[in-house]
Ligand binder design. Structure first.
Ligand SMILES: CC(C)(COP(=O)(O)OP(=O)(O)OC[C@H]1O[C@@H](n2cnc3c(N)ncnc32)[C@H](O)[C@@H]1OP(=O)(O)O)[C@@H](O)C(=O)NCCC(=O)NCCS
Length: 175
């Protein structure tokens, strides 16, 4: 089991992950647009360029890094960490989005992946606190956030009339 940053040659792993969700009629929240992309190779390239303000293609987006959780050549999960917050992220998106393949769920992999990236964010990106949000009905995501030290700030209503829960994780978290 390894957690590493996305690489140019991850086309097969990511295509398989995308097909797996689509074959199960499941959306991929938190996968930074993988679900709707037309070409996985182009999507990977965008993710690689997204790491720096200098190279990011969409100047309305903030820099971000994508990590993969891989087991024996199977992609189990994806996590995307935004290096800063814009207005939309501050209210709804948060710093981090993630997903785990349904056949690997409820085995602690989301907690493993999220904890890894929380440490990366505090130690390498030097943030003092991290915002993570989830739909108010997403019990699995809420429990994952709470298990990683998240503290509920508030619940806000989105344009689509959905409720979004906002949690902060402090550098001095206890979990
Ligand atoms: C949310 C998600 C990433 C959780 O992945 P996972 O690997 O199953 O989570 P874990 O096994 O690490 O479990 C984390 C916690 O959630 C709980 N949990 C997981 N799935 C659950 C479910 N279906 N119902 C209730 N609790 C659940 C676990 O018991 C655990 O709680 P605990 O720490 O109190 O024991 C996964 O369900 C997923 O990919 N969902 C679709 C994408 C998504 O919603 N992403 C989040 C966007 S905000």
């Amino acid at each position: 089991m390894i957690i590493r940053e996305i690489q140019k040659n991850d086309i097969y792993l990511l295509s398989e992950y995308k097909s797996f969700f689509s074959n199960n009629n499941e959306t991929i929240p938190g996968a930074a647009g993988l679900e709707t992309c037309k070409d996985v190779s182009t999507w990977i390239n965008e993710k690689l360029l997204e790491k720096s303000k200098k190279t990011i293609l969409n100047k309305n987006f903030v820099p971000a890094t994508t990590f993969l959780l891989i087991d024996n050549n199977t992609l189990i999960g994806i996590i995307n960490i935004r290096h800063e917050l814009n207005d939309y992220l501050l209210n709804f998106g948060g710093h981090i989005g993630y997903s785990i393949r349904s056949d690997y769920r409820r085995r602690g992999f989301a907690k493993l992946l999220l904890n890894h990236v929380i440490n990366y964010t505090f130690n390498k990106l030097n943030l003092d606190k991290i915002l993570i949000t989830c739909d108010s009905t997403n019990i699995a995501s809420e429990k994952t956030i709470l298990s990683c030290g998240g503290v509920l700030d508030n619940i806000i209503v989105s344009n689509a009339n959905k409720l979004t829960k906002r949690f902060w994780i402090n550098k001095k978290r206890i979990n």
